[in-house]
Design a protein around this ligand. Structure first.
Ligand SMILES: [Zn+2]
Length: 400
């Protein structure tokens, strides 16, 4: 046991030492490392290039019933930049101090990629064979939106051939004993509102000016913003993913100080829970109308809700996941992801997708200085995946 734990830890640290950090990530060393690891566990590997410099690495543990929908275990290879002078340890050295592994990617999410594979190694050693194919997938570019990563991969023929029934990807570390599970994400809306109106000398009190319209709109958006902040603060049961966030990100217009311009523009970044989207959209359209004529919305990002992954008896994968959590005595805490992850690309094409990181009792340090993961938490996570993979890859009750 000690030996196999040491091996897992060694592989984890080796992976952390590859600086697959933005901007302009070179993924070659990740691919090379994963090829060696797959060979060591005796699993077939395929490298799919969705773009010449953007590899998707796919490692497969074949099941007895490849006709059944498969299990996809996804992680991203890239990590966000570091401010090295703010770190106690070198961010790509994977030093261990007091039982903690310090490195960029230790929580987000190189740990999980290794845990998937080390779990399969253990299941294989014990002689387990599963019914369904299990695909362990490593994608590029999640941290910059996945446009040349998962988004392209899900559209490829190679992906369709996998016949994916359910996917797992990241959530985030939880401070409590529970594990956070994402089943949905907020919808991102970014837009500019162009307000046109009367133009003239800066000494007049004209009516119908762009300035008045912008003021009205800004006030409405920020009144609503206040209500959402209040909601989040006053109710401990409400999570960040359940409220709408609004931020004014740009205001522009005008030519010189003594001229009232004929147009001013105001831009917002809004993240809206999918259940509130329709109401929100109606409300903001009304604000623009009430602000006066000629207030037009120009969208830069107009995302639509992906289908939420169901957490009820109709979802056989959720039932199995819950069974495992009961057997192992851990608690799952379903949440709507406040940001975005690659899971949305799977949900958009109708595949149930869980965001899940087996990291509890840990300060969430994704994208932060001195990101670390306890060795103990890392090793426990492998046990969690052993059970999750075994349970889910053996579901035969229907083809979902
Ligand atoms: Zn991540």
């Amino acid at each position: 046991m000690e030996q196999i734990n040491d091996l897992a830890l060694k592989n984890f640290r080796e992976y952390l030492r590859i600086p697959s950090v933005h901007p302009n990530v070179n993924y070659n060393d990740c691919v090379k490392f994963l090829k060696q690891l797959a060979e060591d566990i005796d699993l077939p590997i395929e490298v799919i290039r969705v773009k010449p410099t953007k590899p998707v690495v796919l490692i497969t543990w074949k099941g007895e019933r490849p006709d059944l929908p498969s299990i996809l275990l996804n992680s991203h290879m890239d990590v966000v930049p570091v401010f090295e002078d703010k770190w106690k340890y070198k961010p790509f050295a994977a030093d261990i101090d007091n039982g903690k592994i310090y490195a960029r990617g230790s929580q987000d999410m190189k740990s999980i990629g290794i845990q998937y594979l080390e779990a399969i190694r253990r299941l294989k050693i014990k002689g387990n064979i599963c019914k369904r194919n299990v695909h362990v997938c490593f994608v590029p570019d999640e941290e910059i939106g996945g446009e040349e990563g998962m988004k392209l991969f899900v559209q490829s023929e190679e992906f369709k051939k996998l016949n994916v029934g359910v996917s797992f990807d990241e959530s985030y570390a939880s401070r409590t004993n529970e594990f956070v599970v994402f089943y949905d994400e907020r919808v991102c809306r970014q837009f500019s509102i162009h307000c046109k109106g009367a133009s003239g000398h800066g000494s007049f009190l004209l009516e119908n000016t762009p300035g008045e319209k912008i003021t009205y709109i800004l006030n409405k958006f920020y009144e609503f913003r206040d209500s959402q902040r209040e909601l989040l603060k006053s109710n401990i049961h409400i999570e960040r993913g359940q409220v709408t966030t609004i931020n004014c990100t740009r205001i522009s217009g005008g030519v010189q100080d003594n001229v009232i311009p004929c147009e001013m523009t105001i831009s917002f970044d809004c993240r809206v829970p999918s259940s509130n989207l329709e109401t929100f959209e109606k409300m903001m359209n009304q604000w623009c109308k009430d602000a006066g004529e000629d207030c037009d919305i120009e969208y830069h990002q107009k995302n639509y809700p992906a289908s939420q992954t169901k957490l009820d008896d109709s979802n056989i994968y959720w039932k199995a996941f819950e069974r495992v959590s009961m057997q192992m005595g851990f608690k799952l805490k379903p949440e709507i992801c406040p940001g975005t992850t690659d899971s949305r690309y799977l949900r958009q094409i109708g595949i149930p997708a869980f965001g899940f990181s087996p990291i509890n009792n840990t300060v969430p340090l994704l994208h932060a200085h001195n990101e670390f993961l306890r060795v103990e938490t890392f090793l426990k996570g492998i046990d969690v995946y052993c059970s999750v993979i075994y349970e889910l890859a053996n579901i035969v009750e229907n083809n979902y």
